[in-house]
Design a protein around this ligand. Structure first.
Ligand SMILES: C[S@@+](CC[C@H](N)C(=O)[O-])C[C@H]1O[C@@H](n2cnc3c(N)ncnc32)[C@H](O)[C@@H]1O
Length: 242
């Protein structure tokens, strides 16, 4: 049974849902979302525990946010989607040396400082268009701050101007923010604190052949007996046993 499921979640069969086929060309971020993640989203959402919110860390232009939201609606799941992003430009070598100037990679005439409003606006426009009848609660925050609010049930205003109290149990988390080892662990531990039994975590950039900190973390999570692997496509979808 387990092997059959792993095999199914290992596939990249042609997509039959026309909106899922289409969304990649509608929303910025095609290169950020691996095809294989889509099967894993579907599995997590189809088997979502009733209680608990859905969380996304790292929204970028809204591709995965709108896809997850669509799958929640398609599967008649009332679970609310919350997301956060800091929308800070990340250059190719920022993690190796101090940032020397204020320009984007390869363009000494295009300012990094305009990136934040460009990408945040793109997210808002895509989401108000594609998820108008059930907007997620999306916050302009680093994940550390987001979880501080979550832990303390603090009120915050989302990017659509709605003020709500954050917090509660989590049924599924898509972790796709800062992929460094330290940050990936922080995000995982924050989610773990609120994840219900049978709840899911999909860790982006956790595949065996990747060199990100998130992939190194995944190798260590495999030893955690509280979690089982339900899919690997090639990123890992894990489920909390207890
Ligand atoms: C790979 S992109 C996300 C792609 C998106 N999930 C999709 O598939 O459409 C990673 C995002 O994480 C955000 N990010 C990086 N560090 C973060 C942090 N500490 N907290 C929240 N978001 C962060 C970046 O701004 C970027 O938009």
């Amino acid at each position: 049974m387990f092997n059959k499921l792993l095999k199914k979640l290992n596939s990249t069969e042609p997509e039959t849902d026309l909106f899922i086929k289409r969304i990649r060309s509608l929303v910025i971020g095609e290169g950020m979302l691996r095809d294989g993640n889509i099967e894993l989203f579907k599995h997590a959402i189809e088997h979502l525990p009733q209680d608990g919110h859905v969380i996304e860390i790292g929204s970028y232009g809204g591709l995965s946010t709108n896809l997850i939201n669509y799958l929640l609606i398609k599967n008649n799941k009332p679970n609310m989607l919350y997301s956060c992003d800091a929308w800070i430009y990340e250059g190719y070598t920022d993690h190796l040396k101090p940032v020397a100037d204020n320009y984007i990679d390869g363009r000494p005439d295009v300012l990094r400082t305009n990136y934040e409003s460009y990408m945040k606006d793109a997210f808002i426009r895509a989401t108000t268009w594609l998820s108008a009848h059930r907007l997620p609660h999306s916050f302009h925050m680093k994940s550390d701050i987001f979880f501080e609010y979550w832990k303390e049930n603090k009120q915050a205003t989302d990017v659509f101007g709605r003020t709500i109290s954050l917090g509660g149990q989590i049924s599924f988390a898509y972790v796709d923010g800062d992929h460094s080892y330290e940050s990936a662990w922080k995000d995982f531990n924050h989610v773990d604190e609120f994840l219900v039994p049978k709840g899911f975590i999909l860790l982006d950039d956790s595949a065996d052949d990747q060199s990100f900190g998130s992939a190194k973390m995944m190798k260590e999570i495999k030893k955690d007996s509280r979690y089982k692997i339900v899919g690997k496509n090639p990123n890992y979808l894990i489920q909390k046993i207890a």
